[in-house]
Design a protein around this ligand. Structure first.
Ligand code: EPZ
Length: 418
């Protein structure tokens, strides 16, 4: 099994271009099922989650190939509507295929994606949104069986602004007769990117980024090329590393307005942040100042996908910090691993209290989930001695090659066989 070894002490410095966003690429790949012909997705990140989604879509009959950093998906041969059990169980984002499969095939069969290390990950909001459009859904023995012959436009009210449920409902509504309005939608930038992709396919979709999305059901008119938006979480991860190590890092190709809440917290701990129309530059203080409180919220609030990274930052900051994880119920598994490195924290349910120490100690630690793993790598950058991070497969789901990225910013880091 691979491990990542990182030696502490070197401040990060330099600049990186931000890769395409995993959380935009996955729903857009699913939506390509609704294209008239081959679509070309430029800037599609080469992540294990993307590779798994490719396998899933090939199982449906899509013809998919890489052409440099462009992913070409030809859905014309697709005819199957049952997702392979094992793969759809392991890949949470297989759930994004429900809406497009129902819209395309009027049928969809998938295995309940189940939970993961950050929470139960229920799909009740997806199911109720699809049912509101007239999809008949039976759930038994862990299998979801959808039939949607005559979908009708509807008003859909999401109890919670779920990213995935918003995206699934948007895609299913394309095949419904008449207009659909989805209320209390998630407002993440990745949803606006999905909307733009659907508009390029000729669909009438508007309102993404607000709390109501309007869709007019219609047949797909065309195919398209689309560049996936930059990954604001990958950008935030490396800028957090600059803040932790007293470094100076510029992330290029990112829209700063999509990182407002993260930039605010970086400034709060004493970073100098410069931003332009497509870059963010962070110069960290010798040691991060106190961040009193970080509270994760749906966008535009502080992103839950940056919580673990800021947990690591608060672990080396001055003073005492409180983190409140409002989005997922079990997203603090990195706390125990950071404690092995000398981190001082107390976790009770959704609340974590952290007392910062100036330096952590290198240790052997385990990544239990994607962002927690990235946080442990960042912690190793500000630890005495060497840190070995196991469970690298989690990190590879969201970072194409975290060790190469950080090495290019001056880190002493490598991947080895553990
Ligand atoms: C998306 O997950 C992202 N994944 C997650 O990124 C991200 O953390 C999350 O949105 C929140 O921003 C992708 O886009 C592939 P939700 P999703 O539905 O859609 C509850 C990462 O690290 N909920 O907005 O699954 C759910 O349990 C990953 O890149 C229900 O109760 O998130 C959670 O508590 C992790 N019922 C909350 O809503 C439902 O039917 C937010 O979930 C659906 C969700």
């Amino acid at each position: 099994m691979s491990v990542i070894k990182v030696a502490g002490g070197a401040p990060l410095h330099g600049e990186l271009y931000v890769p395409g966003a995993k959380n935009a690429a996955l729903p857009i790949m699913a939506a390509s099922l609704l294209s008239k012909g081959p679509v070309r997705l430029a800037g599609c990140p080469r992540l294990s989650d993307v590779k798994n989604m490719i396998t899933l879509m090939r199982a449906l009959g899509c013809v998919i190939r890489w052409d440099d950093d462009v992913l070409e998906i030809d859905p014309r041969q697709a005819q199957f509507y049952e997702l392979p059990e094992q793969l759809s169980k392991t890949l949470r984002s297989s759930i994004f295929l429900l809406g497009p499969m129902v819209a395309r095939f009027k049928r969809a069969v998938a295995t309940f994606p189940g939970g993961c290390d950050i929470g139960l990950r229920p799909i009740d909001l997806h199911v109720s949104a699809l049912r509101a459009l007239g999809v008949k859904i039976e759930e038994e023995h862990g299998v979801i069986n959808c039939r949607g012959a005559n979908l009708k436009g509807a008003h859909i009210y999401l109890d919670y602004p779920s990213v995935g449920a918003t995206e699934n409902a948007m895609m299913a509504a394309l095949a419904a007769k008449g207009d659909t309005v989805i209320h209390n939608t998630a407002r993440e930038p990745e949803i606006a990117d999905l909307q733009l992709f659907l508009q390029k396919l000729g669909y009438t979709v508007r309102g993404a980024g607000s709390s109501a999305v309007h869709i007019t059901g219609s047949k797909c008119a065309q195919t398209c090329e689309h560049r996936i938006i930059a990954d604001r979480i990958v950008a935030g991860t490396y800028l957090c590393g600059a803040a932790m190590t007293g470094g100076d890092v510029t992330m290029r190709g990112i829209a700063p307005e999509q990182m407002g809440s993260v930039i605010g917290k970086l400034r709060e701990c004493g970073c100098t942040v410069r931003q332009g129309d497509a870059y963010v530059r962070v110069r960290g203080p010798k040691r991060p100042g106190e961040i009193k409180r970080v509270e994760t919220m749906p966008y535009p609030g502080f992103p839950t996908d940056m919580q673990a990274q800021f947990f690591a930052l608060c672990s080396v900051a001055q003073g005492v910090s409180m983190i409140v994880e409002n989005v997922f119920e079990n997203r603090y598994r990195h706390a125990a691993e950071l404690a092995r490195m000398g981190g001082v924290s107390a976790v009770n349910g959704r609340i974590a209290v952290i007392r910062g120490v100036d330096r952590l100690m290198g240790a052997s630690v385990t990544a239990w989930d994607l962002r927690g793993g990235a946080a442990l790598v960042l912690a190793g950058l500000r630890a005495e001695g060497e840190t070995t991070v196991c469970g690298v497969r989690h990190i590879d789901r969201g970072y194409a090659c975290i060790e190469d990225d950080l090495k290019s910013l001056g880190a002493q880091i490598c991947r080895a066989e553990g």
